[in-house]
Design a protein around this ligand. Structure first.
Ligand code: AMP
Ligand code: GLY
Length: 445
C-alpha cells in the first residue's frame, strides 16, 4: 500500500504535535500549519504545509485540530464528499459551541457537573448568583478561546462580570452567559477517542490554565501541561470514562448524533467526587503536545478506526498501548498574553528547522504563534502562545527538567512562561517512586 496522506487542519502547537505523531507513517500536509511545522521533520517522514483550504486538499484522512471549523461544519462537508475524518459534525461540535447546550446534555446524561443556569438578561443572572454559595463562575455561552471564563470570589465581581459579558464585550459568544457554582480540586484533562459508539481513553493530562505561577491571573488557552497523572491509575481512568464519558456518548446517540472524533472532558476532582467542568470536541492544546508523544504506537490506524466506526475491532481491549514514560510541555507566550499582545520580535535560540540550536535530549519545540518573513529568515513572534517546549523522558521529574532546560535556551523581549508546570507532581515523584499518589480523590458522586 502506498503511504497514506493525512491532512491536519489548524496552525497551532496541537497541530504541530499531531503532524509529528502522524509523520511516523504518513505523508502529512498541514492546512495551513505554521513555519515551525514545515521545518521540523524527524523520523525521515514528510510534512508539508499548504495555504489551500482543507476541502481542496486530497487526503486519505483529515484530522481537524481546532473547534472553530468543527462548529462551522467542516467535518460534515468533508464527509459529504466521502472523506474520512477525525472530528465531529456540527451537531456534535455544538457541545463546545454552546456551553448552555453542553450543560443541558450533561444533565440529560446524568453526568456529574456543577449546578448552573443560562441567562440572556443581567437581572436574571444576578438573581441566580444569589442562590449559589460562591465562589461564582461566569462563562460566555459561545466560543472564546478559553478566555470567556471568570471565577469570582465576591458577588460584586461576579455581578460586574455578568454585566460586562452581557453588554457585548464578547460579541455574539457572550449574548448568553452560563453561571455556575464554583468547585475546587485538582483538574484533569481526559481525552478520549470516540467512533460514534466506542471510546478509547488517552493518558490523562493536566493543563495549567491561569497565566501566572501558583494558578493566579486570568485564564488562558493553557500555559503548560503534563501527562500521565501519577495519581490516576488505569482503573481510575476507566471509572471516569464509565461515569463521565460513556453516558454522554450514549445521550448523543439517543439524539441521533454520530460522534466521531476526540472528546475532551475537563474534569475537576472535588472532595465530593469528579465533576465535568466542560466537554471540548477536539484535542486539548497544550494537552495534545504531551499525550501524543506518549503513545507507543503510531496513532494512524486508530485514527482511521475513529473515522470508520471500527474502534472496537482495532483497539479490542479499549486501551492504546502506553503510556511510555512522561511528557511535560511549557508554553512560552508573548508579552501581554492573554491581553493585548506585543508581537514581531525575533526569537533567539532556534535554528532554521525551528528547533533548539543547542539541543536538549527528548525536547521538541512545537510552534504555535510564529512566522517568518523570508523562508530562511529568523522566526518571529506572531501570536499569544508562541511556542510549546515539550520534553519526554522516563519519568516526570526528568521530563520537567528537560523542558525547562529547553526554555532557558530560547529568548525574545517580553517572553513569559510559568515556572511551576508539573512542579508538585514531579517533586512528589522524585521523593517517592513512580507509583506515587499525589491526588486523593474518589470518582463516586
Ligand atoms: P472551561 O473553559 O469551562 O473549562 O473553564 C476554564 C477553567 O475555568 C477551568 O479549567 C477551571 O479552571 C475554571 N472553571 C470552570 N468552571 C469552573 C467551576 N464550576 N468551578 C471552578 N472553576 C471552574
Ligand atoms: N488547554 C485547554 C484547551 O485546549 O481547551
Amino acid at each position: 500500500m502506498s503511504t497514506p496522506r493525512v491532512c491536519v487542519v489548524g496552525s497551532g502547537g496541537r497541530e504541530h504535535a499531531l503532524c509529528l505523531a502522524l509523520a511516523r507513517s504518513s505523508d502529512v500536509v498541514a492546512a495551513p500549519g505554521n513555519p515551525g511545522i514545515e521545518g521540523h521533520v524527524p523520523h525521515g517522514g514528510r510534512i508539508t504545509t499548504t495555504a489551500a483550504s482543507p476541502e481542496e486538499v486530497e487526503a486519505d484522512l483529515y484530522v481537524v485540530g481546532p473547534e472553530g471549523p468543527l462548529v462551522d461544519g467542516l467535518a460534515d462537508r468533508l464527509r459529504a464528499r466521502g472523506r474520512r475524518v477525525v472530528g465531529p459534525g456540527s451537531d456534535g461540535a455544538r457541545l463546545e459551541g454552546s456551553k448552555a447546550f453542553m450543560k443541558e446534555v450533561l444533565i440529560a446524561a446524568r453526568v456529574p457537573t456543577a449546578r448552573y443556569g443560562a441567562f440572556t438578561r443581567i437581572d436574571d443572572a444576578r438573581a441566580f448568583l444569589r442562590e449559589l454559595p460562591g465562589p461564582w463562575v461566569v462563562k460566555t455561552d459561545g466560543l472564546a478561546s478559553g478566555k470567556g471564563v471568570t471565577v469570582a470570589t465576591t458577588l460584586a465581581e461576579a455581578d460586574a462580570d455578568v454585566a460586562a459579558k452581557l453588554s457585548g464585550a464578547f460579541g455574539d459568544a457572550g449574548r448568553r452567559v452560563v453561571v455556575e457554582e464554583g468547585l475546587s480540586g485538582p483538574e484533569c484533562s481526559l481525552l478520549v477517542l470516540c467512533d460514534g459508539r466506542n471510546v478509547v481513553p488517552l493518558p490523562p493530562a493536566r493543563d495549567f490554565k491561569r497565566v501566572d505561577d501558583g494558578d493566579v491571573g486570568p485564564n488562558t488557552g493553557g500555559m503548560g501541561s503534563y501527562a500521565p497523572l501519577p495519581g490516576l491509575a488505569d482503573a481510575d481512568v476507566d471509572d471516569l470514562v464509565e461515569r463521565a464519558v460513556a453516558p454522554l456518548v450514549h445521550e448523543l446517540r439517543r439524539r441521533g448524533i454520530d460522534y466521531r472524533g476526540v472528546l475532551y472532558a475537563g474534569l475537576m476532582l472535588t472532595p465530593d467526587g469528579a465533576r465535568v467542568l466542560e466537554f471540548n470536541v477536539r484535542f486539548g492544546d497544550p494537552e495534545a503536545q504531551v499525550v501524543l508523544p506518549l503513545l507507543s504506537e503510531d496513532p494512524l490506524d486508530v485514527f482511521f478506526a475513529v473515522a470508520d466506526g471500527r474502534l472496537a475491532r482495532v483497539v479490542p481491549g479499549g486501551r492504546i498501548a502506553g503510556p511510555r514514560g512522561a511528557a511535560v510541555c511549557v508554553v512560552m507566550a508573548a508579552e501581554g498574553y492573554p491581553g493585548p499582545l506585543r508581537t514581531g520580535d525575533v526569537i533567539r535560540g532556534l535554528g532554521s528547522d525551528g528547533q533548539l540550536t543547542d539541543r536538549v535530549a527528548g525536547v521538541s519545540v512545537l510552534h504555535a504563534g510564529t512566522r517568518r518573513v523570508r523562508e530562511d529568515g529568523p522566526f518571529l513572534t506572531s501570536g499569544g502562545r508562541v511556542l510549546g517546549v515539550t520534553a519526554t523522558a522516563a519519568d516526570l521529574a526528568e521530563a520537567r527538567r528537560r523542558a525547562y532546560a529547553g526554555v532557558e535556551r530560547i529568548t525574545w523581549p517580553g517572553a513569559q512562561w510559568r515556572s511551576d508546570v508539573a512542579r508538585l507532581d514531579a517533586e512528589q515523584c522524585a521523593r517517592t517512586d513512580a507509583a506515587c499518589l499525589s491526588i486523593s480523590w474518589e470518582v463516586a458522586s
